[in-house]
Ligand binder design. Structure first.
Ligand SMILES: Nc1ncnc2c1ncn2[C@@H]1O[C@H](COP(=O)(O)OP(=O)(O)OP(=O)(O)O)[C@@H](O)[C@H]1O
Length: 522
């Protein structure tokens, strides 16, 4: 192996070396730990590179002259100015027994050669072999063809965040991850909360040969707003208060009506309405009318609230099934309420199944782990303000691990996403983020995100992601792989559509004119 540079000095956890190659942030290099084991390479990650030797100021005074030409003219050696001082932080050596990178106890001597990390070394970045059971191969180490396979076990138990500025490839990456989860090597039970209805193209998963093997073939179920049902008995008093948006006086009366229900696990919408009516007296006529009006327009006449039906958990969560909960067309409040009820029921089912309180015959028995992808997560757990879904989401993020509920929070506005929720996601796929407020929130919420890593975020290209956390052995910039299924979130090509529309208009006008001309001729 040919060296790419030579160590100049070392500092805390960094090696600083001189190289004639301009390495990029995030590239991997290595030196030999010959003091302990001459065959052992220590992996390092490039933090930054700068020119070693500066041009004399006089060479730069006239912007009409090329300093390189002045250099040649002065008889100086141009090669001296093509060297770089590169700082790289030490990742460590891979311990096969511990299955992680360990920090070496010695730093390299000055003058030690530094090499480009080879494919053999880079494969240790993945905690599981690509294509093996429990792996999710989301792409390759940037600038190489070495696959990056994440540990699905860690993703599904310790949660994941996918954060990116709009248009950086966030939903494309979610699609790649879901494809990996639905492959025969994982056969996951996945539900995507899809507020914009952009994931339905994933239904192709059912027909592509990459996803079928030995009798296994995943199913994709799309639930649209007409199929979404919440049985009223699933609503808490707090849910009602959130939906009805009443005055204090109305709330006090409504709480009395709700508490007066003889059996809160078995009642109909009209029963609750009758309890409200029963409280009418000569002093509260208009307040009762106000409650009734709100109840009729927000609960009685809304098809999602039903007297008998609710979405069966086993229909939404099944092994080898991707359920797309398409909430487009519903208000934000309704979306939050649906997610709150769904997550409450899911937590109850998993907690009581794991603790053996629900058995096979129980309707709520759910005997396998599940993975929930929450698009637009800031809607469901906002940093400021209320959302019905926020508290159960917090419970699941902190306790879901014990009960096999994995959550993937997807957002383009991390500064609007609850920082506690974000900090509970132990793996991160972070794509281009330019907004400094968003970057600060990521830095404040994700303990393992160093300043160097934050600085890399604005420079990432579309489809490139910094992957970090427990599902990977060391933070790595990954080029996300191409989708197997079609991507559904493509932006419309406005000029193309305008031109097509205009050409159609012109053609039909010309046809009318030609017809008129023909009539005139006869
Ligand atoms: N890894 C990739 N390989 C190839 N194309 C990609 C990749 N990632 C993203 N793209 C393309 O970039 C475009 C934007 O990606 P995507 O729709 O995922 O962005 P987004 O971050 O989800 O944006 P928004 O927040 O607006 O939904 C898409 O047209 C997609 O085809």
């Amino acid at each position: 192996m040919k060296p790419v540079g030579i160590v100049k000095h070392v500092e805390e956890n960094d090696i600083i070396f001189i190289s004639s190659q301009k390495l990029k942030k995030g590239d991997f290099v290595a030196y030999k730990d010959r003091w302990v084991d001459s065959d052992r390479f220590i992996l390092c990650r490039v933090r930054y590179a700068r020119s070693l030797k500066e041009y004399p100021d006089e060479f730069l005074m006239d912007d009409g002259l090329d300093p390189k030409e002045i250099l040649e003219f002065s008889g100086m050696d141009a090669e001296d100015y093509k060297k770089y001082l590169i700082t790289a932080s030490i990742v460590g050596y891979y311990s096969g027994s511990l299955k992680e990178f360990k920090h070496p106890r010695t730093m390299p001597d000055f003058g030690e050669p530094v090499y480009l990390a080879g494919n053999e070394m880079l494969k240790d970045i993945s905690p599981v072999p690509s294509g093996s059971q429990g792996s999710a191969t989301v792409g390759v180490v940037l600038g190489t063809d070495v696959p990056v396979a994440l540990s699905v076990k860690e993703l599904a138990s310790q949660h994941l965040s996918i954060i990116a500025a709009t248009g950086s490839g966030k939903s494309y990456t979610v699609g790649v991850l879901i494809e990996e989860l639905m492959k025969p090597i994982n056969r996951a039970a996945v539900l995507v909360v899809d507020p914009h209805g952009e994931y339905s193209t994933l239904s192709d998963i059912q027909n592509k040969p990459e996803f079928s093997q030995d009798g296994y073939r995943p199913t994709v179920k799309i639930l649209r707003k007409d199929n979404v049902k919440i049985r009223v008995t699933e609503l808490t008093l707090d849910d009602y208060l959130g939906v009805l948006e009443m005055t204090e006086k109305m709330e006090a009366l409504f709480i009395r009506a709700f508490n007066a229900l003889p059996d809160r696990s078995n009642y109909k919408k009209v029963d609750l309405l009758n309890e409200v009516r029963a409280l009418r007296d000569e002093n509260n006529q208009s307040t009762i009318d106000g409650i009734i009006w709100r109840f009729e327009s927000n609960i009685m006449n809304r098809p999602i609230f039903d007297d008998f039906q609710h979405m069966q958990l086993k229909e939404q969560f099944s092994v080898g099934q991707l359920t797309i909960l398409d909430l487009s067309g519903l208000s934000q409040k309704e979306q939050q309420l649906i997610v709150a009820v769904l997550l409450r029921r899911l937590f109850d089912a998993r907690e009581n199944t794991v603790n053996q309180r629900y058995g096979e015959k129980d309707e709520k028995y759910l005997p396998y782990p599940v993975f929930v992808v929450l698009e637009e997560a800031h809607r469901f757990a906002p940093q400021n303000g209320e959302a019905k879904s926020k508290s159960i989401l917090k419970t699941i993020l902190s306790e879901g691990r014990k009960f096999g509920i994995g959550v993937c929070m997807v957002s383009q506005r991390p500064s609007k996403l609850d920082s506690d929720c974000l900090s509970q996601c132990m793996s991160q796929i972070t794509m281009r983020i330019i907004n400094p407020v968003d970057r600060n929130q990521i830095g404040a919420s994700i303990e393992s995100m160093s300043n160097d890593m934050l600085d890399e975020l604005p420079g990432l290209a579309r489809g490139e992601a910094l992957v970090s956390g427990v599902a990977i052995n060391t933070p790595t910039i990954v080029k996300i792989r191409e989708r197997i299924t079609k991507h559904g979130g493509t932006s419309p090509d406005a000029p193309l559509q305008w031109i097509e529309y205009s050409q159609k208009n012109i053609a039909s006008k010309q046809a009318v004119m030609a017809q008129r001309k023909q009539y005139r001729l006869f």
